[in-house]
Every structure is written in structure tokens, then in C-alpha cells.
Unconditional design. Structure first.
Length: 97
């Protein structure tokens, strides 16, 4: 399983995309709540299912860029996006970038 991490975002290569996805407008994968910076796909499609799960469809080698992290290079294929979470005794919370 091929995985990449960029800050609070985990990108996992998957065999194929699930059915029923909708393409998001633009190339923003996730925007940071604290800084306003964004994880952005340079080429390809950002897709979302009905529950808000995110996926990428990459047709040619491209990059995921962010103002505070090094760029990630992705090969053609399908990818699932996971927000990293951290455990604190009082709650499990999403990491804010």
C-alpha cells in the first residue's frame, strides 16, 4: 500500500474509486482552519462522496502542494484522502494545519 503524508493529510493509493462520487469545483483538497493555507492538487480531479469522504483521480504525474510543506509527487491512479487525527484524553480531534 502506497501512502503519502503532507501535514495533517494522509494520501493512500487505492485500486479503484468508489461509485457515486461528485467532482469538487477547483483543486483544493483541504483548507487549513488555522492558517488558511490549502492542500491543492495541481492536475487531476478532487472527488467527494455523499458523506464527505475525499478522493483524487490523477491522470498524469502531478503534485499536491501546500504553502508550509514540501510538494508531494503523485503518479497516475486513484487515491483516498484521510484527515489525520490525534488522541487527547478528553477527545479525539482532527489535527489543524
Amino acid at each position: 500500500m502506497e501512502m503519502f503524508r503532507q501535514g495533517d493529510v494522509l494520501i493512500t493509493r487505492i485500486a479503484r474509486l468508489p461509485e457515486g462520487l461528485n467532482e469538487r469545483q477547483g483543486k483544493i483538497i483541504l483548507a487549513g482552519e488555522v492558517t488558511g493555507h490549502a492542500h491543492r492538487l495541481v492536475q487531476g480531479r478532487v472527488l467527494e462522496d455523499a458523506r464527505g469522504a475525499l478522493f483524487l483521480e490523477v491522470f498524469q504525474q502531478t503534485q499536491v502542494v501546500h504553502e508550509e510543506h514540501r510538494s508531494l509527487t503523485l503518479e497516475p491512479g486513484s487515491y483516498q484522502i484521510t484527515r489525520q487525527r490525534e488522541y487527547a484524553p478528553e477527545t479525539i480531534r482532527e489535527i489543524e494545519d
